[in-house]
Structure formats: structure tokens, C-alpha cells
Design a binder for this molecule. Sequence first.
Ligand code: NAD
Ligand code: GLY
Length: 366
Amino acid sequence: MHTVHVDLAERSYPVYIGRDLFSDPQLLLGHLRGREVAIVSNVTVAPLYVQRLRAALGEGRRITEIILPDGEQHKTLATFEHILERLLADRHSRSTTLIALGGGVVGDITGFAAACYQRGVEFIQVPTTLLAQVDSSVGGKTAVNHPLGKNMIGAFHQPRAVLIDTNSLHTLPARELSAGLAEVIKYGLICDAEFYAWLLQAMPRLLARDDSALAEAIERSCALKASVVAADEREGGVRAILNLGHTFGHAIETAQGYGSWLHGEAVAVGMLLALRLSVGRGWVAAEEVARLESLLRAAQLPLDVPAGMSPAMFIDLMGRDKKVVDGQLRLVLLRAIGEACVVADVTTQELEGLLGAAAASAESAC
Ligand code: NAD
Ligand code: GLY
């Protein structure tokens, strides 16, 4: 087992990464405050893993299971309210601990419920998708969606621990594995050129679910995320680089309806658009576009924007992004591979040129 530490003074916590961690009671028990526990999962993940988690919690605890419907379309205020109602109905006190068992949807909504229930209770992340293991379970961002924008209602609330059992990736659908690989590639692009180079050669092993390659990718991704979060917990500055490709990606997810494109798929296309803008500014060599395209292709991720999504649709949806400050869109670009920056001077003409070319290329690929 490997441990990555998220260093946030009194809110610091460990991220445990290894095989068969669900079966290790010590890891969980060391982070429970009281006897009350609520496991929040969904109808897909619970039948696979909830019994193992319950066994690790041992006897003598009062456990509520809250099993949600599956899917991004359920990451709503209504589902959030359902969790709170179950906690109230089962008389959970302020010393309860919520355990989020599932992907990023379960993790985000459980974390938000933990942030709000009785003004805040503790929670533990047990992420079971690659995307949740390398990104959403670490860093304390919690949220639900609103029809007018993704992740628009939420809170910063750090977990007490993150437990990553890499065995859980063996039941993950291939498309979900690929979506998680998009976020792994992101870390290489934004802050670690050597990791990016490693990914270029390791991608076939990652896609084949080679345990040691996956464990290495997860540990390096979590370590990179932990260092960025430790430097800027509430995204006042450098943490924004973790959103490479996300402003484009969120526009795609919102336009297509939550759940149609996977988050990681939308981010993959968004990263390619951000790289093209960076090349357009002369910061990155043009051949890096082909290199990223071939890496995304090897990870079985999309390269084209959705057919029929016009530059005007993109620009309208991107204007509603959380990173818009005083009406000015801020985008994460690359000064070099492994070095991200945030810019606030991208013009509408620059975006129209980029997105017009992307839409034309998507039409010709159809
Ligand atoms: P998800 O939670 O919808 O999980 C994907 C699918 O895989 C679901 O059908 C789920 O039931 C299933 N699943 C999960 N684990 C499984 C397993 N081990 N075996 C079989 N099936 C399994 O999607 P996701 O990609 O994990 O997360 C996406 C969400 O994360 C989005 O809502 C996004 O906004 C959010 N996110 C949050 C942050 C953050 O910092 N908080 C960062 C990135 C993404
Ligand atoms: N996924 C972006 C962040 O955690 O800040």
C-alpha cells in the first residue's frame, strides 16, 4: 500500500492506495469518529462492494445504507435532499461519518451532504472509478448540478481519508476507464512533462488494466493533485490549473445533457482545444497536437467536438462558467507541456476561429 498525504494543516488527510484495501478494517476504523455511519452508494456499485465495506466496519456500529439511482442526471438537489432526509429519519447525530462508495457522482453529492448536514459532519471517500480515484475524491470539492450549470451548488469540504482499492477498477466499464485516463493525462499536461512522457508509453498497459501501471498512475496523479490543493485549497490561484479543458468540457456536458457525454470524454476534447489555443499563441510546438491526439486515441477517448455544437453555443455556455470573473472568461492554457497557466485575455475572435475549425473537423469526421 502507498499513502499520499494531502497537507492542509488541521484538515490534512491520507490517501491510501493499494489492492484489497476494502478488506482492511484498520484503515477505515482509524478515521471514524463515533458509532454512527451512513454508507452512500448507488444501485450499480452497492451490489459489488457494499458488503465488503460493511464487513470491514465490524460489529457494534449503527449503519444506514443510502442507495442512490445511478447517473450524472441524479446529481441534483433532489438527491441531496433525499440523503439529508434519510440521515434525519435515522436520527444521525453530528458525530456521524458518511462514507461515499462509488464514482465522482456519489462522492460529490455525499461530500456536499456531509458539508451541510447539521452544519457539517465528517466523511470518507471510497472512490471506485479511475476518475474519482485520481481526481474527484481528493481536494474537497463537493457539489450538485443545476439545469443552468454543472457543479454550480456546492461547498469545499475535505474528507477525513480517501481509500482507493485499485481492485475495484476490474469491474469498471471500459468507457469509464478511458474517461478516468483523461484526468490522468491532464496531470502530465499541466505540471509534469516526465509523467506525460511515461503515459505516452504506458497507455496500452493502463488500458489493459495492468495493476502496477494503474497503481503508479493513480499514485502520481494523487500526489500531483495533493500538491496543488495544498498550495491553494479554495482555488484562489494555482488550483485553477486543474481545470485544463474543463471550461470547454462543461459546455459540452451542459449542451449534450448531463450523462450523455462522460465528464472525462468532454475534458479530453477540451484539453485538445486548450492545447490548440496554446499552439496558436506560439507557446507550444505544433507537433504536440498530434502527440496528444495519438495519446487520447490510444486511451480510446474522443477527439472531436459533438456534431452540431456551434461556436456560438460553446461561447454562450462557457460564459456561464464558474471561472468567469467580472464578465471575463479565464481559461487554462499551456506555456509548455507540463506547465499550465491561467489567462484572461482570450478574445471572442480567437474562440470563434478555434471552435469554427473544430466544428468543421467534427462535421467532416461524421
Ligand atoms: P460516475 O460517478 O457516474 O461513475 C461512472 C459509472 O461507473 C457509474 O455508472 C457508476 O455507477 C459506475 N461505477 C463506479 N464504480 C464502479 C465499479 N468499480 N465497477 C463498475 N461500475 C462502477 O462518474 P465518474 O466519472 O466517477 O465521476 C464524474 C463526476 O465527478 C462528475 O459529476 C464530475 O463533475 C465529478 N468530478 C468532481 C471533481 C471534484 O473535484 N469534486 C473532479 C472531477 C470530476
Ligand atoms: N477537479 C478540479 C479540482 O479539484 O480543483
